[in-house]
Design a protein around this ligand. Sequence first.
Ligand code: DON
Length: 304
Amino acid sequence: MQDYQGILNEIHRSLRNSINTGEVANYIPELAKEDKDALGIHLQLITGEEFSVGRALEKFSIQSISKVLSLAQAFQIVGTDLWKRVDVEPSGNPFNHLSLLELENGIPRNPLINAGAIVIADVLLSHLDSPKQDFLNFVRELVHDESIEFNKAIAESERITGFNNYAAANLLKSFGNLNNDVEDVLDFYFHQCSIMMSCEQLTKAFFVFSNKGKCLKNIRHLAANKVKRINAIMLTCGFYDEAGEFAFEVGLPGKSGVGGGIVALLPHCYTIATWAPALNPQGNSYLGMKALEQFTAKTDLSIF
Ligand code: DON
C-alpha cells in the first residue's frame, strides 16, 4: 500500500508554505467570516482505512457540494423523468449565470449550477413530506451521523443577499419549470447549502459514489446505474466554468462549494475531501484544487 499519510503530510506542508492568492467568498456575509488560512484534507479508502491532515475534522458550510446530494435523492425518487426538467450538459459559465437559462427556455444546463439545483429543490419539495428534515435525514443516513445540521445563520444570510437566486427561481417559474412557490423552494435551497460538514464527513457521504451506491456500512442507498450518471455529471459540471481545468489537473469526478470545500472520488478506490476557504475567481477553492492535483499526481490514482 502507498504511504498515504506521508503523501497527505507532504501536500499539507507544501501548501502551507505556498502563496495563497484566493479570496474568501463575501457575497454571503456569514461566509466572509471563514478563516482564509484553514486547510484540511481527509482520505477515505474503499477498504475502510482513512487518513487525515490539518483541519479535516472541522465543520464548514458545504454550499454547492449539497447539490450532488439533493440530485442523488431526487434522481432516486423520480428516475429518468428528472431529465425532462434539467439537462446534463456542462454550462461553461459561472455557477450563477442566468442568460443561458432564458435562451434555453427555462431548462437549466445541468443540476449542479444554481438554476439546476433550484429545479432539483423544487422536485424534492413536491415529493417529500417534510422536505428539509427528510433531506437532512438522507444526508445523515449516508454518513451514519445524526450530528449533521443546517446552519440557520448562514441560510438566513444567503436569503437576504440572494438576489441572483431569486432571479433564477423567478425565471424558472416564468417558464413553468417550478411547481412550488419561489420562497419555499429557495428556503429549501438556502438550507441545503448551509449544511455543516467536515472533510471527514464529506468523504463518508460521497462513499456511495465510489462504491456503486452502497455506503460504508454496505447498505444500498442508490442504484449503481444512477451512480454512474451522477459521477459523469460531477466530472463534466462539478466545477462550472472550470470543469475542464479540474479534469485536466486532477482527473476525478468531484464537486466544490463556496464554503471552500471540495470532494472528489475515484470509483472503486477512494473519496477525498479538502477544505481551504480562499477561492479562485471561478469560486473553487484555490488550495483545494492544488492539493488534489498533487494527490493524484503523487499517487498516480485518477480516472485517466
Ligand atoms: O447559491 C449560491 O450562491 C450558494 N449557496 C452556493 C454557490 C456555490 O457553492 C458555488 N460553488 N462553488
